[in-house]
Ligand binder design. Structure first.
Ligand code: HEM
Length: 148
């Protein structure tokens, strides 16, 4: 019975972990494309053409990317609750420190996104997509180095 439960839990964990990776792929993927490529459109298009071309993309982005971020945060919180572990001898381990920093940045992005999408509160600082793009790069690095 215990073996079956452990198997069941591993399947649930793996399923949520996969959802986390897909949602991060969609959210982070948009930021990479926007910062590395779409931001260059104004070098060849007039400001009017640029605004039109960008809106033609953003009208679809707004239907998906903010929700992918919310799914990334929700799935991340579940994963965190399962892998963070106990704090031994009153101090955090190397894994816990890096995961906590990663979770803090992820939750910051989540809060920003939810404020913007659900409450129409735009960020007060770092308004461009370069800020979340930089945080996603740092989060991806942390997610790999935390297992060193
Ligand atoms: C937009 C924000 C986020 C991004 C871009 C992101 C990105 C990632 C990436 C790339 C991985 C590694 C996947 C792998 O190598 O298997 C990962 C794993 C993980 N993330 Fe996130 N994440 C985000 C938000 C969060 C949040 C808010 C939390 C917790 C509160 C969280 C908790 C975790 C945990 C615990 C893992 C490890 C899962 C495992 O290795 O089993 N993530 N995340």
């Amino acid at each position: 019975m215990l073996k079956f439960c452990q198997k069941g839990f591993t399947i649930i964990y793996t399923f949520i972990h996969t959802i986390h990776i897909f949602s991060v792929f969609i959210y982070g993927g948009f930021l990479f494309v926007d910062v590395l490529f779409l931001s260059k459109m104004n070098q060849t298009l007039s400001s009017e053409e640029h605004a039109k071309a960008r809106e033609a993309i953003m009208m679809h982005v707004r239907k998906v990317v903010p929700y992918a971020l919310m799914v990334a945060v929700a799935s991340g919180l579940f994963l965190f609750s399962q892998v963070f572990g106990k704090i031994e001898d009153g101090s955090l381990s190397y894994f816990q420190i890096l995961l906590a920093i990663k979770a803090f940045f992820g939750l910051w992005l989540g809060l920003r996104g939810i404020n913007q999408k659900l409450f129409k509160i735009n960020p007060w600082v770092f308004k461009s997509h370069f800020f979340p793009f930089s945080l996603v790069v740092i989060i991806i690095l942390l997610s790999q180095f935390m297992y060193l």
